[in-house]
Write a protein that binds this ligand. Structure first.
Ligand SMILES: [Zn+2]
Length: 309
């Protein structure tokens, strides 16, 4: 909380750019001066805290199809994103500075999660990413071991885990793989606290009205960024659509345990407009399964996403 308030002033300038599950149409907004370096630096500050959390594996194995079953078939995703050849290549390589931490924590979580992933074929893959640690905290919603945050399922205001270290470590692998192909994918916004999300959302409501804001910005407590498992990459607006980085991300993020959380044409299901830059870490077992299914997280688990008011 204190950490967040210290950087609030700096971030407020960029707040409207880094909202999200969020930023839908920011084309009218001045985007050129986004201080990505400041945002990404603050996102990872408390990552190490997470490893102290209790690990619970009490999730009900109920409705979801087995992730292991589908992890073998790796189909190449259709690239439906419009090739608008956007000039959004003002990559500042700001994120690369963040890609050096998290290894010890990642090892720790790997050990913690070993029991539930030994059977996966992907466990021998160096890109293998375990499921995130689970918190035994009232008010969190886990479905089949996966933490849910959307318009229907909220998080407690004091849930403040920081960016998950396994998520960070897997993102580093992703970014390195992309770099090996000459692409620059960097973290622009990771963990966001309840209070910070409230500021972002309030700003959007003041600017566009609540109805419009709800289509691209999460209300406090409903942002997936508060889980510590969501990352916005690169330019956080529609200019990212169709870039080589966006296409690579859509086709490969599941290989590192991420899913493209708000795909095109799924607004009525996810509750948010298409966000080519927002990925969610779920671990490779589930990311392969969801990717191969072609479903959104909501469809995969059979849940909805709208404000139950
Ligand atoms: Zn986002």
């Amino acid at each position: 909380m204190k950490r967040i308030s210290k950087i609030t002033l700096m971030l407020i300038a960029a707040a409207s750019l880094s909202a999200c599950g969020t930023v839908g149409e920011l084309s009218s907004f001045p985007v050129s001066d986004q201080p990505a370096a400041s945002v990404s630096g603050s996102d990872t500050g408390t990552a190490a805290d997470v490893s102290d959390a209790d690990v619970t594996t009490a999730a009900d194995d109920t409705t979801a199809p087995s992730a292991a079953d589908s992890s073998e078939t790796v189909t190449s995703a259709d690239t439906d994103t419009e090739e608008t050849s956007s000039p959004a290549e003002e990559n500042t390589s700001a994120g690369s500075a963040d890609n050096t931490t998290g290894e010890p924590a990642q090892q720790q979580s790997t050990q913690q999660q070993d029991t539930q992933s030994q059977t996966s074929d992907t466990s021998s893959d160096s890109n293998y990413g375990p499921a995130p640690v689970q918190y035994d905290i009232p008010g969190l919603t886990y479905i089949n071991g996966t933490l849910i945050a959307n318009k229907s399922y909220s998080l407690p205001a004091d849930f403040n885990p920081g960016l998950d270290p396994t998520c960070q470590a897997q993102f580093n692998k992703l970014a390195n793989a992309a770099a090996a192909e000459g692409l620059n994918i960097y973290l622009s916004s990771g963990f966001r606290s309840y209070d910070y999300q409230a500021q972002i959302y309030d700003n959007y409501c003041a600017r566009d009205g609540q109805a419009a804001a709800d289509t691209y910005s999460a209300r406090p407590g409903h942002s997936e960024h508060q889980t510590g498992l969501a990352i916005d990459v690169n330019q956080i607006d529609d200019t990212f659509i169709g870039t080589p980085e966006a296409i690579w991300l859509e086709n490969h993020c599941h290989e590192y345990g991420f899913i493209l959380r708000y795909p095109q044409g799924k607004q009525d299901i996810t509750g948010y407009k298409y966000e080519s830059w927002h990925i969610r870490y779920v671990g490779t077992d589930l990311s392969y399964a969801i990717h191969d299914s072609g479903l959104t997280l909501e469809e995969y688990f059979g849940i909805d996403s709208y404000y139950h008011e």
